[in-house]
Design a binder for this molecule. Structure first.
Ligand SMILES: [Mn+2]
Length: 259
């Protein structure tokens, strides 16, 4: 008798430990012991090093995100905010992030399930919820990043901080949203995949998007106390789920103000 297992998938923690620990506590309450991480562990938020440590403790596999790829590299042209996030990481954290794999594949209930941060092209190639047919096809393609081999029927990714599930012609594209910096609603998300690992198409398969509230103001206070750069943009994103690029046009200012 084959056993149905559950796997939690988190993404885009971005150093938000208050949210990350709330999500991990919810995963624990469900009795789920396998956690996969889709990257962007550090940067943007105040506690990247702690997020790396927690990820190393708790996640069976972590794939590298765009922030995990550029932030740990020494670069004389880094902007001052990125220097702050870079310096918050230890040399060991940086080496660990840069050594992360770019792709992870599993077979669950006969489906080849692929995990990447942003796309099959690169950690920097962004595919939004609203995308072209070519972009959708590209997520399932064999590329230099994915290597050759059988095409996946399920692709699970992060990067856009916008959780959704879309099935077209037997292929499913799933975004885990963000555990630390959600930009669809201000409540962190993660995925639960359920099926038989290594099983066949006769086994059931399920997926679920879970939302876990947390103490947003406590997290903003951590960032303020740490003197983190770009605090106002961070606070508005956490409170409203509106990306910082739109704050000015929408007239969004921190309310209550960040001191
Ligand atoms: Mn991200």
């Amino acid at each position: 008798m084959t056993r149905v297992e559950r796997i939690a998938v988190v993404s885009d923690v971005h150093g938000n430990m208050t949210a990350y620990d709330a999500v991990l506590a919810d995963i624990d309450r469900r009795g789920i012991t396998t956690v996969l991480n889709l990257g962007d562990v550090a940067g943007k938020g105040p506690r990247g090093s702690a997020a790396v440590a927690r990820t190393r403790e708790r996640c069976a596999v972590t794939v590298r995100g765009n922030w995990d790829d550029f932030l740990p590299r020494p670069d004389p042209d880094k902007n001052p905010a990125s220097v702050w996030w870079y310096e918050e990481l230890t040399p060991e954290d940086r080496a660990w992030l840069l050594a992360l794999p770019l792709v992870h594949d599993m077979v669950i209930s006969g489906r080849r399930v692929r995990f990447v941060h942003a796309s099959a092209d690169s950690v920097y190639t962004r595919v939004r919820r609203v995308h072209t047919d070519e972009e959708f096809d590209g997520m399932f393609a064999a590329t230099e990043l994915t290597g050759p081999g059988p095409a996946p029927s399920v692709v699970v990714y992060g990067d856009v901080h916008d959780a959704y599930v879309k099935t077209v012609d037997g292929r499913t594209l799933v975004n885990a949203g963000s555990a630390g910096n959600p930009l669809d609603e201000p409540v962190p998300s993660y995925l639960v995949l359920e099926g038989v690992v290594g099983g066949t198409a006769r086994d059931p398969f399920a997926l679920q998007v879970v939302r876990v509230p947390y103490d947003v103001e406590a997290e903003i206070e951590v960032a303020r106390a740490a003197g983190m750069p770009e605090l106002e943009a961070w606070a508005i994103e956490l409170r409203t789920a509106v990306f910082r690029g739109r704050h000015a046009e929408l007239g969004l200012v921190p309310d209550p103000p960040v001191r």
